[in-house]
Design a protein around this ligand. Structure first.
Ligand code: GLU
Length: 349
């Protein structure tokens, strides 16, 4: 990490609010209507059980930081959380132990390579670079509080339930299917071990990681989980503090840089929100201080991001005024800008 001089400087919160509820409802309906006919992309099948998903499922839920929910479509359809779990497990580990250890072991920078890249690890001397790619996520799961694999699993299951505001179940079919086919993740874990970057037995850690990816959530759940990070770590529906404000901020920064795999820069450029996607078709996007959007639609683009989810989120980010980088000049009407720069000979001195 580069040196900064922020000690003792107050962290001001993100400001602004979502538009009024009826406007949010209108826009969420419009987003669903606009993109439900889009059939681009393909459903992930490298985990065989995921291939059974209905291509047409499409749900959108907006959860605000006051605990309000606006939803449309298949927001109650359960799907395995997959990579979206990485964001919340990272937050739990930072909350328990601080971000220094995990920052040093895993990092926060984008690899620019696919989520399950082995080359990325090799190119970086065994350093996973960030916790949102598989290598970094497996190394993060190894750091979860608990002496044994079972204890770590308990910490994860309890922690993710607090983010969602309800107990989450494992999809045993997805867990078994991925366990039978995840030799690549096994290889990544062994490679991490060979570089001294895995705190535990590779087989056990990958099993916990695979189980965490198999937890069943809905678009509504991921919206609430995201809204918890938007709300300084307090679940706005249950009122329970899940992680600290600092951890929420740090997690969102990691998501902004890495949440959409190797397309994270493009996502930030077009949509302007920290977000995390998963190969089962979910995307959660977070507007700090305001709320979160959870989308679910299984067909994915080449990088593994839900096509309808991307489009709906882009639309809502614009229309709800969520893009973190979009500003309007304050007092612009009071001081009109010159229409054009006068030519040198027209200038008055
Ligand atoms: N369990 C999946 C894997 O490790 C998660 C991938 C993802 O959603 O990006 O391959």
């Amino acid at each position: 990490m580069f040196e900064t001089d922020t000690e003792g400087i107050r962290q001001e919160a993100a400001t602004g609010a979502l538009p009024a509820r009826d406007r949010v409802e209108q826009l969420v309906r419009a987003a669903h209507e606009r993109y439900r006919g889009v059939d681009a992309g393909s459903v992930a099948d490298y985990i065989p059980a995921l291939a059974e998903a209905d291509h047409g499922w499409f749900g959108i839920c907006v959860a605000d930081t006051a605990g309000g929910l606006v939803e449309i479509g298949d927001t109650g359809v359960p799907f395995s959380i997959q990579s979206i779990s990485k964001a919340f497990v990272y937050a739990l580990v930072c909350d328990a132990f601080g971000h220094e250890r995990i920052g040093e072991l895993v990092g926060v920078d984008n690899t620019g390579l696919p989520f399950n890249s082995v080359i990325a690890l090799e190119l970086n001397g065994g350093h996973p670079m960030n916790p949102m790619v598989n290598a970094g996520a497996i190394a993060t799961t190894a750091l979860v509080a608990g002496e044994t694999a079972d204890a770590k699993w308990e910490t994860i299951a309890r922690g993710l339930a607090r983010f969602a505001g309800r107990a989450l179940e494992v999809d045993d079919r997805v867990f078994t299917s991925e366990s039978e086919t995840n030799s690549r993740n096994q290889a990544i874990a062994r490679l991490l071990q060979s570089y001294g970057r895995l705190d535990g037995e590779p087989g056990e850690i990958v099993e916990v990681y695979t189980r965490q990816c198999s937890l069943l959530v809905t678009a509504r759940d991921i919206a609430i989980m995201g809204a918890t990070l938007a709300d300084g770590g307090v679940n706005p529906v249950t009122g329970e503090r899940v992680v600290s404000e600092e951890v929420s901020r740090d997690t969102l920064a990691v998501l902004a840089a890495n949440g959409l795999y190797e397309r994270s820069g493009e996502w930030l450029f077009q949509i302007g929100l920290p977000a995390k996607s998963g190969v089962s078709g979910g995307i959660v996007s977070i507007a700090p201080g305001k709320g979160a959007i959870g989308t679910f639609a299984p067909p994915l683009d080449a990088a593994g991001n839900s096509v309808r989810g991307e489009r709906a989120t882009a639309y809502l980010s614009r229309t709800l005024g969520l893009n973190l980088f979009a500003s309007a000049a304050v007092g612009a009407s009071a001081v009109p800008a010159p229409a054009s720069t006068p030519a040198p000979d027209e200038r008055t001195v």
